[in-house]
Every structure is written in structure tokens, then in C-alpha cells.
Ligand binder design. Structure first.
Ligand SMILES: C[S@@+](CC[C@H](N)C(=O)[O-])C[C@H]1O[C@@H](n2cnc3c(N)ncnc32)[C@H](O)[C@@H]1O
Length: 213
């Protein structure tokens, strides 16, 4: 199995840590309703791939054990601050989602929001998520995805891709994550495509959904 490394950037890392933290409230405005529905009745232990600055902790029950898979060390300080604020029992693993060191068939609930756009090898990352989920385990996600071919949004995504990818440390504005999930062999996959409009045009449209192993 390929072992992708994450390059921690000494300049963009801290800037993005600040940006993500500053945007937490706005992300709640854009995605909070979906997250509350998706995370409802979550178990006491949750694995999150790419938690960033901890935007999702506000939706978790107090004392949730959160195993945070975050290869970008510049995010860790904000993760700890959020965990303290929301009463989360945080364990950070400085690992890429493509190379989890967690055991097979062991977790009930895995989250990723706005992450599969950025991981170097999303197929490998999804395979790892499937591997660690229990047979009854659930994967919940919100991702921004490739816009419809030849649309204005697709044009904007393509034009913005290079600077966006550079600034946001690997984010692909036009990745077809919906197709990727549909081909990933989950036994049950529910994907809802939608458009949450904001000034961040390259991250429109989005998908949200759930998958069982
Ligand atoms: C756009 S941010 C989203 C953060 C957070 N999930 C949210 O919804 O605000 C993408 C996150 O994925 C992380 N990331 C990048 N590559 C990753 C990888 N290979 N495995 C796990 N996380 C990764 C980044 O460090 C960053 O924290």
C-alpha cells in the first residue's frame, strides 16, 4: 500500500489553521443544518478524518472520544482549543487518512467534511475508512465536488483550481468525489447533491450523505 506523506508547510500551514478557525462560524451557517442531521445519535467514539481546526466538535455530545486523523501539525493547537471548549476527549493522530493505524472492523462512526477534496489518494482513504468501520459502522460526509460539465461553476472551478490547490495545501476544486464514492463498494450509500451558495464559489456544489460498509 502506498504510504502518502503530508507536507507540512511552514507558511501556508499556520495561515490555513488561522483561516479555518476564523471560518468555523461561517461553516456552521453553511453546513450546520446538514451536520446536525448527519451526526445525530452518534456513538460515544467518533473517528474524524481531517478535522482541521475542530469545526465539527460543536455538533458532538460532551465527553465524546474523538480520534482525530490530522496530518497537518499546524491544526493541532486549534483542535486542542476546540476540544477544551466543547468538552471533547481528543486523541490526535498525525497520520494521513490513506494510512490509518487503527484496527480493522472497530469503529461505529467515521466523519469527513471537506476532506476528500484534499487527500492525495481519496480511493485509498475511502478504503481505509471502510477497513476500520465495523460491519454495521457508518461513514458520514459532506464534500464539495466537481460541478456539471460546461457550466459556469465548472469554468470557475477550473480557472481557480491552481491557486486554490496551492493556497489550501492540496484541495482540488473539481474532484469528482461523488463518482468516487459511488465506485467505492459501500454496501449502502446515500448521496444527496446540493448547492449551498457562498462567496466561496469554487466549493459549490456539494454532496452530503451516509455510507455503510
Ligand atoms: C478544508 S480542511 C477541512 C477541515 C474540517 N474537516 C472542516 O470541515 O472544517 C481539510 C483538512 O483535511 C486535512 N488533510 C489534508 N490531507 C489529509 C490526509 N491525507 N488525511 C487526512 N486529512 C488530511 C487538512 O490538514 C485539513 O485539516
Amino acid at each position: 500500500m502506498e504510504n502518502p506523506s503530508f507536507e507540512n508547510n511552514a507558511v501556508r500551514g499556520p495561515i490555513n489553521a488561522w483561516v479555518f478557525r476564523a471560518l468555523n462560524g461561517y461553516m456552521d451557517y453553511l453546513f450546520g443544518k446538514s451536520k446536525r442531521e448527519l451526526f445525530k445519535n452518534h456513538p460515544n467514539t467518533v473517528v474524524e478524518i481531517g478535522p482541521g481546526s475542530g469545526a465539527n466538535m460543536r455538533y458532538l455530545k460532551k465527553n465524546t472520544k474523538l480520534i482525530a486523523i490530522e496530518p497537518n501539525v499546524h491544526m493541532h493547537k486549534n483542535l486542542k482549543i476546540s476540544a477544551q471548549k466543547y468538552g471533547i476527549d481528543l486523541e490526535i493522530k498525525t497520520l494521513a487518512g490513506e494510512a490509518l493505524d487503527l484496527p480493522d472492523n472497530s469503529y461505529d462512526f467515521v466523519i469527513s467534511t471537506l476532506v476528500l477534496c484534499t487527500v492525495k489518494n481519496p480511493v485509498q482513504c475511502v478504503n481505509q475508512i471502510k477497513r476500520i468501520l465495523k460491519p454495521s459502522g457508518k461513514f458520514v460526509f459532506i464534500e464539495h465536488v466537481k460541478a456539471q460539465e460546461n457550466s459556469l461553476l465548472a469554468f470557475i472551478q477550473n480557472v481557480m483550481h491552481r491557486p486554490w490547490h496551492w493556497f489550501f495545501e492540496g484541495c482540488h476544486t473539481n474532484r469528482d468525489t461523488k463518482a468516487l464514492l459511488e465506485m467505492s463498494g459501500f454496501s449502502s450509500l446515500k448521496v444527496q447533491a446540493y448547492k449551498s451558495y457562498s462567496p466561496f464559489i469554487p466549493i459549490i456544489p456539494q454532496i452530503r450523505g451516509t455510507a455503510y460498509k
